[in-house]
Design a protein around this ligand. Sequence first.
Ligand SMILES: C[S@@+](CC[C@H](N)C(=O)[O-])C[C@H]1O[C@@H](n2cnc3c(N)ncnc32)[C@H](O)[C@@H]1O
Length: 218
Amino acid sequence: MNHSGATAAEHMDAIYRYQRYIYDASRKYYLLGRDRLLDELGPPPGAAVLEIACGTGRNLIKAARRYPHVRFYGFDISSTMLDTARAAIARHGLSDRVTVAPGDAADFAPERLFGVPAFERVFISYALSMIPPWRLALQQALAAVAPGGRLQVVDFGEQTALPHWFRAGLRAWLAKFSVEPRAELVGELQQIAARPGLSVCCDELYRGYALYAVVTKA
Ligand SMILES: C[S@@+](CC[C@H](N)C(=O)[O-])C[C@H]1O[C@@H](n2cnc3c(N)ncnc32)[C@H](O)[C@@H]1O
């Protein structure tokens, strides 16, 4: 529940009820780094790929068109976003290869959601900044990666190299959508990198506007 008593699902539904109609057209200007993540997805043929918090399905559709011999799965806590995603997936003729379902990034079981125990690729795009228990979501995402697979994350960065006025204005505007860049994300990823069998590569994009990270599982 948030401070107004709404569940996380109700809160996201309220944010996206109307936003979802302009989401893809507007977000392409400021959710930067998503296409780099998709360029570097590189799933092997026959792989299963999961997007956590898939929103309108924009990334899943782009990825499914680029990687034809791969199965894609996505979940989101907002049923209104999922309605938009399902319609877009069907419009692109991808319903046989792209499956979406309702789910909470902080508490999900991939086997129960999709009948798939683990994925060769898992990615989270601009969602950790909207999920209050984001550390838990990161742990759950890692647990869903198959051995030899990887987790890719893109989200707002710390933006410390950008002008103060820009950073302050952007943050105030993002807060209206319950988006909070995670200052401790790099530190959390570094702790993850210290665990046996895991390695992490972090890259700041556009002078720190965005953070792109890849966690590889041995
Ligand atoms: C900014 S959108 C990003 C959508 C998509 N990943 C993209 O890159 O376009 C954030 C998404 O996270 C979803 N979300 C927020 N909290 C969530 C949670 N706890 N579990 C699953 N999805 C969540 C929202 O409903 C929304 O669709």
